[in-house]
Design a protein around this ligand. Structure first.
Ligand code: C2O
Ligand code: CU
Ligand code: CU
Length: 495
């Protein structure tokens, strides 16, 4: 779709989008305990592989008084269990599809073979199963999983198909950080939703960026609170929304310590009083609580960088909306779990000087470098072992983002300047401010495969579904690759 079409389509809606700016600040009675996703159970096979089972299925959830809401989830009616594995462990996930539609299951942020990546080339038909397996080979991090079927991702994620995947490693385990899952180490999966009069989830047009909801679910819970019994709590924030950008802050304006970005721990905690996350991004933060204190995690109006005529044509993009997200309720006596450590891990720096080539990506309309996603076209071929610089530019006045599969990257420059501290660590997803260039550095290690591509794309899911995605292969040096392939969708199904 061309930019002009997209803008034209939202023109009629922009008036009501502007008028309908949302604020739930102060309007929420926190009536439901946070429904922390259970940790996934697993078995260990004879060769040591940790094996999980995830079944995607339809169900119903009670979000509102009255009718139940049709939803979907993994091993349950909404969202999925939290998978957890240690660096170096071999894992296998048996993914069963009991949905009426074809799905895939993608491991967002994971370094793994392309055949196991769960992108659009690994469909799972209704009734079928696929069992990706790989060895965890990256630092401790908060990753997540979600469907990635070609052209149909937004609807499946928005119905509830998503979950968290926590990776552990010895460096993280050696730090005095809260790590008692569901007690002082808490997944905070944030999604915006809208309901119709029958309590069904609906996708309300938010303008150029796609569907925006007027209410939030946190871990699938409406109006949630969380009881805290320790003086420091670790929140693993995940923006699992299709289009909405949040700017998380605490109700009293107090600061918190950001300890990790998408791909793992930072060198040192960064003291912030707000952290903006676009769809797909994560941050781990430490919040210090006083006995008996009540603090609300909120989302303030995000700074999308949109202004001027383009913004007016594109609707608000959610830039004027704000929300109460989650109430934190500290007990009157708190267990001491330690201070915020001054140093975390030594993050290896990727250097621009090590790069053997640069590539440019122009994000415009819902195209990348003037193309829609084409399943049979390989857009970029990368040599195994290479470090590369990718110049990614949002060439329009409206929001986009950029996500790369397989490898975490580091941000070198934002609009020609060094990145802010919250973008100083490993990243796999980046908000792209309008008319702004980003320079990122990546290193492609492991898993050369001339047949199976990885994806890069805008993580505003409407844009991804509309074709704002490209494919890259990682190959052994010297491999000759045609830029168009007859790649068949492979499906190693068993029923
Ligand atoms: Cu979170 Cu290609 O996706
Ligand atoms: Cu991904
Ligand atoms: Cu986009």
């Amino acid at each position: 779709m061309l930019a002009t079409t997209a803008v034209g389509a939202t023109l009629l809606l922009s008036g009501c989008t502007e008028a309908a700016s949302v604020s739930t600040i102060g309007a929420i009675r926190f009536t439901h305990p946070l429904n922390v996703p259970p940790l996934a159970t697993s078995t260990v096979a004879a060769d040591g592989t940790r094996v999980y089972d995830l079944t995607a299925d339809e169900g119903t959830s009670r979000f509102l008084p009255g009718a139940a809401t049709p939803t979907a989830g993994y091993n349950g009616a909404y969202l999925g269990p939290t998978l957890r594995a240690l660096d170096g462990e071999k894992v296998e996930v048996r993914v069963h599809n009991r949905l009426a539609a074809t799905t895939t299951l993608h491991w967002h942020g994971m370094h793994l073979p392309a055949i196991a990546d769960g992108g659009p080339h690994q469909p799972i038909a209704p009734g079928a199963e696929r069992d990706p397996a790989w060895t965890i080979d990256q630092p401790a991090a908060t990753l997540w999983y979600h469907p990635h079927p070609h052209g149909a991702t937004a609807g499946q994620v928005a119905r509830g198909l998503a979950g968290m995947f926590i990776l552990d490693d010895p460096a993280e385990q050696a730090l005095p950080l809260p790590r008692n899952y569901g007690v002082d180490d808490v997944p905070v999966i944030v999604q915006d939703v809208a309901f119709d009069a029958q309590n069904r989830l609906v996708q309300r047009d938010g303008g150029f960026v796609g569907a925006l909801g007027d209410q939030l679910l946190v871990d699938g819970t409406m109006h949630p609170y969380f009881d805290i019994r320790t003086d420091v709590v670790r929140l693993r924030l995940l923006n699992a929304s299709p289009a909405r950008v949040y700017d998380f802050a605490l109700s009293g304006g107090q600061s918190f310590a950001m300890i990790a970005s998408d791909g793992g721990l930072l060198d040192a905690p960064v003291t912030l009083d707000h952290i903006q996350l676009s769809p797909g991004e994560r941050a781990e933060i430490l919040v210090t609580m006083s006995p008996g204190e009540r603090v609300v995690l909120q989302s303030r109006k995000p700074d999308l960088g949109t202004a001027g005529p383009a913004a007016a044509f594109g609707g608000s993009s959610g830039g004027s909306d704000q929300f109460d997200v989650l109430q934190l309720r500290a007990a009157t006596r708190l267990t001491h779990v330690g201070e915020v450590p001054p140093h975390l891990v030594a993050v290896e720096r990727l250097h621009a000087s090590a790069a053997s080539r640069e590539r440019n990506f122009s994000m415009d309309g819902t195209e990348i470098n003037g193309h829609d996603m084409e399943m049979s076209r390989v857009d970029e071929v990368v040599r195994l072992g290479d470090t590369e610089i990718w110049n990614v530019r949002n060439d329009m006045g409206l929001p986009h983002s950029f996500h790369v599969h397989d490898e975490q990257f580091q941000v070198l420059e934002v609009g020609g300047a060094p990145p802010p501290p919250e973008l100083s660590g490993w990243k796999d997803t980046l908000y792209l401010r309008p008319n702004t260039s980003y320079r990122i550095v990546l290193r492609f290690t492991d898993y050369a495969d001339p047949k199976h591509p990885y994806m890069y794309h805008c993580h505003l899911l409407r844009h991804e579904d509309d074709g704002m995605m490209g494919q890259f292969l990682v190959v052994e040096p010297g491999t000759k690759i045609p830029t168009t392939t007859t790649m068949e969708d492979e499906n190693h199904d068993h029923h």
